[in-house]
Design a protein around this ligand. Structure first.
Ligand SMILES: *Cc1c(COP(=O)(O)O)cnc(C)c1O
Length: 390
């Protein structure tokens, strides 16, 4: 049978981070002692009060369809979060709860972009953005950055890339894969340009709570009413509440955009899981005391890993102030990132993600969302590996 595979599916690259993670897990299951630096998820469990709220909802029979954009109680709690933490005023009708932050990004791109449109994406980028743009039939315009500028895109780069076809500028601070955090001033200037040129910003703020070295997060939407009107914020529960498997994200958008996104969602997934939404209400309204503990632990690992990486021959790593990733430059080893990672996995049983997946072949991504003992072991092995290349 000659199976029909649509061009939009055939031209997609499956997520390399998920593939590496599952290969490492399979090697572990086969009894091999693998150290995984590939994970894009916290190693902590979801806080108990969040689980309890979902269990109670399930026991209470909260098991039916909800409004496709999510229950009002949760959308109100999200609007309250934006007011309290970001100084942003949204009505619940501007909030859409989706099946993960990834789904929120997908909904935004699918609802605002089509054939002939351009989407500006700074590289290194989260690998799903360009694939989503492809699915929408639009074209990605990639802005390259490097460790020399802490992976930050400049105002000149952004200005030079905007054309009459530009629909979206994708901003992700703190960043996956680099951990880069733009300063409030830098964010404001990029926002000013988009406002001036009439370009919508998709601001992925899912790592806003994971900050170190006194770094501050400031949403691009918060600088003026015009900035607010030009911004869609995407966010989710996966990272700061460790709810990756729950599949719950959310977005806040100008009213007409929110309406369009709700229509798309109503014909695809409908509502996100009913009882999971009750857990999310508890995540936002309940205790946040887990967060300082997690941050202290991440920070310890970050500092250790950063120092170790910089002692390895052929490797250099700029410090990162957010998320749970380091993005060391391995070009001094003479290997491209894909070969580096596949030999590191084979030779030393250490899984890391090649930078080429994020549009930056000189680097690899190290996730420190794993215990310090594991990090020590993995970096000992990586050190041995790069020395073996000399
Ligand atoms: C993890 C992540 C998301 C969302 O993940 P979900 O599991 O779908 O909630 C969105 N953007 C970035 C940059 C991420 O790293």
């Amino acid at each position: 049978m000659n199976y029909p595979i649509a061009r939009r599916a055939a031209t997609l690259s499956p997520s390399l981070t998920l593939a590496i993670d599952s290969k490492a897990k399979q090697m572990k299951a086969d009894g091999l002692d693998v150290v995984g630096f590939g994970a894009g998820e916290p190693d902590f469990d979801t806080p108990q009060h969040i689980k309890d709220a979902a269990v109670k909802a399930l026991a209470d029979g909260f098991t039916k369809y909800t409004p496709s954009s999510g229950i009002l109680e949760l959308r109100q709690a999200i609007a309250d979060k934006f007011q309290r933490e970001n100084g942003l005023t949204y009505k619940p009708s501007q909030i859409i709860v989706s099946c993960g932050g990834k789904h929120s990004c997908f909904n935004v791109i699918l609802s605002t972009c089509q054939e002939g449109d351009e989407v500006i994406i700074p590289a290194p980028y989260w690998l799903s953005y360009p694939e989503m743009v492809k699915l929408a039939g639009a074209k990605s315009v990639i802005l390259s950055t490097s460790d020399r500028t802490e992976f930050k895109v400049t105002p000149e780069q952004l200005r030079g890339a905007i054309t009459a076809k530009t629909r979206l500028f994708v901003l992700n601070s703190p960043s996956n894969p680099t951990g880069t955090v733009y300063t409030p001033d830098e964010i404001r200037i990029l926002g000013d340009i988009c406002v001036e040129k009439g370009v919508l910003i998709m601001s992925d703020e899912i790592y806003e709570h994971l900050l170190y070295d006194g770094a501050k997060h400031r949403s691009v939407a918060s600088f003026s009413p015009a900035h607010l009107e030009h911004t869609i914020i995407v966010h989710g529960f996966a990272k700061a509440w460790s709810m990756t498997g729950w599949r719950l994200g959310f977005l806040a958008a100008p009213e007409p955009v929110a309406k369009a996104i709700d229509a798309v969602q109503s014909h695809s997934t409908s509502n996100p899981t009913s009882f999971a939404q009750k857990g999310a209400v508890a995540a936002l309204t309940g205790s946040q005391e887990h967060l300082p503990r997690w941050l202290a632990e991440y920070d310890r690992r970050r500092t250790y890993a950063w120092q170790r990486l910089n002692t390895m021959p052929g490797v250099s790593c700029v410090s990162s102030k957010g998320a749970f990733y380091l993005f060391p430059n391995v070009s001094g080893t003479g290997l491209g990132s894909a070969e580096f990672c596949s030999r590191l996995l084979e030779q030393e049983k250490v899984a890391a993600v090649p930078g080429i997946a994020f549009g930056a072949d000189d680097y690899i991504r190290i996730s420190y969302a794993t215990g310090l003992a594991n990090i020590e072991k993995g970096l000992d092995r990586m050190d041995r590996f790069v020395r073996s290349l000399r």
